[in-house]
Design a protein around this ligand. Sequence first.
Ligand code: SAH
Length: 397
Amino acid sequence: MSEPAVVHLKPGRDKSLRRWHPWIFSGAIARVSGTPNAGDTVSVVGANGVPLGLGAYSPHSQIRVRLWTFDPHQEIDAAFLAEQVARAVARRGTPDEGGPWARRLVHAENDGLPGLIVDRYGDQLVAQILAAGAERWKEELADALLAATGCSGLYERSDADVRIKEGLPVRAGHWRGPQAPELVEIRENGVRLLVDVRQGHKTGFYLDQRAARARVADLAAGRRVLNCFAYTGGFGLAALRGGAEHVTHLDSSGPALALADRHGELNGFERSRRESVEADAFARLRQWQREGRSFDLVVLDPPKFVESRQHLPRGCRGYKDINLQALKLLRPGGLLVTFSCSGLLEADLFQKIVADAALDAGRHLQLVERLGQADDHPVLLSFPEGAYLKGLVCRAD
Ligand code: SAH
């Protein structure tokens, strides 16, 4: 192979790389020698000429290089990527006996594979390719994934908006092996669930909340539960499994709620214990206050309100409002289980927002537990961006 192009950093801009942070922003680059194409491997050198690692070049992204390795002598080829994939898959352990297994197998940068997300639903793999480097090596990565897992089917969901920032086309569809079934059945904490890998959000399901759903199952016995931002019912089904008296799923998506209802049937939870309400949460929580409705446990798992730094103030107001409205529906002694999946909103600030909401609601709140993304979504400590999901379990007076 010819020598890779070289990305020369500006003086003083090698600090984050020396701390193994895997991104180089365009503003840190002094010059590029050679003419790398999107996804080509480039060598990164400091202003003093010292080689710092090898990464994938992304000419259209603010994140101009994502490092594959901090070892300047490593060859970046199919064998290297297969090794990274095999290690990521091995970290998740082997599928257990409790029914079709579902795990995130590759968590991008956090597993040494920038821009690659892979979720496993039973024997079906679903991949998202979100950066130029992973795009360049996509067929080699597919080979490695099938070999490391023994799965035969691979579906692609490279239809996330971040592809546009990378200058990559949006793409989704069958990729390898047999066609994916309409709905793939999985088992989570003893609950049967169906995943729509074609039309569902992200790769079809929010695997990151598996551990938190297990906690909600533990807390739900005998309670009347509001599962706000329910999607296909995950938290509410966990609550029913945990012995909740009744669950209300609230979401603005009809198709997601249709699946939540189907999940209720599939798991044999009586109709009288569950309902689904299609509405805007901000408006409906206010309506329910006027009607005097109340709950013993409210789960708030909204979509990402902070999409970019400039949206931080507006996003914070969104979190404050939804938490305030939820608290107004909480009975004395009730539990609020509240989340933010906005990576740009730090955990401390999120907690302050919930505290502000409690103050406005006139409710003393005790923090009883912190929750986070499940262990198949590990966070590389040199890459704090990998930690995006935070949750608080609070008890109201
Ligand atoms: N808790 C879910 C995941 C929630 S994802 C789980 O465990 O699987 C966020 C959900 O919020 C999506 O289903 C989306 O349809 C819904 N949503 C987004 N904006 C909304 C709004 N304003 N009102 C109600 N639901 C909304």
